[in-house]
Design a protein around this ligand. Sequence first.
Ligand code: ADP
Ligand code: MG
Length: 693
Amino acid sequence: MNEEELRYIKGVGPQKAASLKRIGIKSIRELLFFFPKWHIHRSIITPIASINSGGKYFLLGVISGFEEMKRPGRNIIKVIIEDGSGEILNWVWFNRPYLKPLFVKGRKVVIHDMVENTRWGKQITGTNDSFEFLDAFEEQAINSGQILSFYKTTRILSNSFYREVLAGLIKTNLVDITEILSPGLTARHEFYIMKEAIMKVHFPQTIEELEKARKRLVFNELLIMQIFLAKRKIFLTTKIKNRNYTYDTAAYDELIKKLPFKLTTAQERVLKEIKTDLMRSSPMNRLLQGDVGSGKTIVALLSVLTVLESGYQAAVMAPTEILAEQHYKSFKKLFASIGYGKKILLLTSGLKVKEKREALNAIKDGACDLVVGTHALLQEDVAFKQLGFIIIDERHKFGVFQRLALESKGIFPDALMMTATPFPRALVLTLYGDTDLSVIDELPAGRQPVYTKWQTEKKRQELYNFIIQRLKAGEQAFIVYPLVEESGKSLLKAAEQEAVQLQNLVFNDFKVGLIHGRLSAEEKELIMRNFKDKKIDVLVSTTVIEVGIDVSNATIMLIEHAERFGLAQLHQLRGRVGRGSARSYCYLMTGWVSSSDSLKRMKIMEKTNDGFAVAEADLELRGPGEFFGVNQHGELDFKLIDLKKDLKLLELAREEAFNIIKNDPELNAPQNTGIGGFFRERFSKDLEMVTIS
Ligand code: ADP
Ligand code: MG
């Protein structure tokens, strides 16, 4: 059945088919794969009275009261929830007066969210996706011990709609589900067959069934991803790159002598690992992981020298213009310091037409040895004479296919990816299963942790006074504003106004600058240069400075509306200070209203400077789907995955996938027809990129 026919399914019809299409469900298969957001059953519900620490809970109660507080510019609705446990819960909604009609006394509701302990008692801050009102049927089902599925609903698509239609489909239409596992594999691990897994994920009878279904579905996704990675890994290790690099280390040795610091042991170890890879006959494919400030950039530059010395070109790609510019400048400066003759160029979309043409020509005819750039490097008109080495900084900001696009500009170029996102090693190996891993697990000597403090408005003046004191001591500060895409314009204005106000009213003895993504490349460059040269003391900025920016004299980071940032981002932003030996400070300013999730983030930031700890907490708070960026892995669906539970499954998928590919690289064997067909359909285009030669 195709999408046209969704509307002819019993219980759907044209209006609902259109609604389904709007949320991305266009076929029966997609509908069957639209998994419940919750499975509610008695045993996951916690009585309000037994909650004794912060955290996410499922509560089931009845609305027993309602209060509305109006203040100028502020509306608070407080809904009282009772569940017969002897304690009540305050369910609080900020600035949503239009929701009032929902909160009818006697209405039953399931809420799933963080519970906070406040002065007024246990409290949950209301958000859109975190509650479901129960009808009589649902209440009865849960009370009688059933497991009930709840979906992400809309005004038109209700839970009962999903349950009915899916029940009908499962009775009659499971034919559309392909089985990708061989019977042998399914039996070996006691997996459900796919049809059963789909059925049970929507209508489980027991918790065990539900868990077994989830496992099977997760395994499917993981296996496909691992097959992709296995194919690439095997493909790459059997390739011969046909480049011989020279052992001449004169430039390298000289540069090391010129550096104002000594490399850390970790940096030296990683450099050795890279060198060994470069000298091999198959292309390097290595991920370099190191917390913010651990000194990845210099490792990248030193590695490049071998390639340049041998007459090949190298490309460094960074996710923002500012960062590309910074790398370009610091590389250029380092080259100049040893009178190195290799030519280095910058390529961003901000270049003028003429500059760009010249750069493209130089890259093409080989006059340019090292090009540093942004996504602009991926454009079709960028062609190299002989690209030998690619480096991708802040790898997690790019997708798999962007990486492949850059790679395809050379013939099996050596590839070094860098990231500060500190996944545990086992996870990295499975998620980036086609790569080798190097870790810089040591910060340069003399670094102190950045003192981190969560603040609210009350402390603003005190905070400004402190910043002024630091500025007087000759240090510099960042003040960061969030800029969300949809409302970018108005917030940009806010940042602009704020910069003016800060200049006139707060930091009048100092120079305040403003930088944001809408400025031209030249303007941005000028501002960054001025900040580096201390012509600007306080830099008001949007998140354009999030990654990579390195100004070691900056010691203060003030993040406004910190509640709007995720943990990973906060950690990255904080990484902009604490880069020298002076004590550095990071202040997280939030409004007086914030959800308990964001409070948790603030606490974690206060507690630790360690990227690994931050990442782990992040994983817990957000769940891995969001964490890894689904599209990084060929648009696989990670909604159901729970890495804490599924690490074993991940390892199993990796093992099975690598085995399958080892024995049957083209997936033609009879037991692999299922996965082969599915894989080719899903990755046909991408595989072409993989096998480009
Ligand atoms: P990241 O790993 O976050 O990309 P950078 O490469 O930007 O970090 O390095 C952060 C700062 O540390 C830079 O100013 C860099 O010059 C400096 N640095 C790098 N290695 C060392 C070292 N071994 N000793 C002291 N400072 C170093
Ligand atoms: Mg960096």
